[in-house]
Design a protein around this ligand. Structure first.
Ligand code: SF4
Ligand code: SF4
Length: 209
């Protein structure tokens, strides 16, 4: 988890909640993961409530599809913004948050608050560098190949229609959110970077393909 100063990303009605507690689990997003993320959000909320701070929990990704009131809050704030502001990763050429240690396999939840936490150092530029593995191998051609930067928030990265059309066309993927190749092929997702020597590149992973 990390704390982000999300002031520039807030709409007027929630501008006072300018700190984001960004929570990630290194687990596939399934019902158990969602339950754990919600539990962790509740721990944070209890802490904030006991101290008189205001808060707003943004539900974990797949929880937005249920019919609860809280799921309607999903659209208010983006987990990716909380994660990058909290220094937990950058937006990769696959359109997902890439964490240096765990890649793009993390599942996310966010709690916004007015508690005056000291924010972590944000990440504001892509660190994908010259790598374009996900772009080259995406079977639907959905990935544009652009490097993300906070300075150009509307720069296209993923053609979501192309990604969805592949899911529609291939019945093997219908039970899954998408084909997932751009997650699994990412070198950052394919090794525990805690074990990587300083300065070592991820070339070993590309050679293993
Ligand atoms: S999920 Fe599959 S089709 Fe969609 S962007 Fe990733 S690699 Fe491409
Ligand atoms: S595969 Fe390479 S270009 Fe794609 S998100 Fe991972 S590091 Fe970035």
């Amino acid at each position: 988890m990390g704390i982000g100063d999300v002031t520039p990303a807030l709409s007027d009605d929630i501008r006072h909640l300018n700190r984001a507690i960004s929570i990630a689990l290194n687990r596939q997003l399934n019902a158990r993961t969602v339950d754990t993320l919600i539990y962790l959000q509740e721990v944070a909320v209890t802490w904030l409530k006991d101290r008189g701070y205001r808060y707003l929990s943004i539900p974990p990704d797949s929880d937005r599809r249920n019919n609860s009131f809280v799921s309607k809050l999903y659209g208010l704030f983006c987990h990716k913004t909380a994660a990058t502001c909290a220094g937990l990763g950058w937006i990769g050429k696959n359109g997902l948050v890439i964490n240096e240690r765990y890649g793009s396999k993390l599942s996310w939840a966010t709690v916004l608050t007015d508690a005056p936490f000291e924010p972590d150092e944000p990440i504001q530029e892509s660190r994908c560098g010259d790598c374009d593995l996900c772009v080259r191998y995406c079977p639907s051609g959905a990935l544009v190949g652009s490097n993300w930067t906070v300075k150009e928030p509307f720069k296209p990265i993923v053609r979501y229609d192309s990604c969805r059309s592949l899911k529609r066309d291939l019945k093997d993927f219908r039970e899954k959110p998408n084909c997932g190749l751009c997650v699994n092929i990412c070198p950052y997702s394919r090794m525990d970077n805690a074990d990587r020597e300083e300065g070592e590149t991820f070339q070993c992973c590309t050679m293993a393909l």
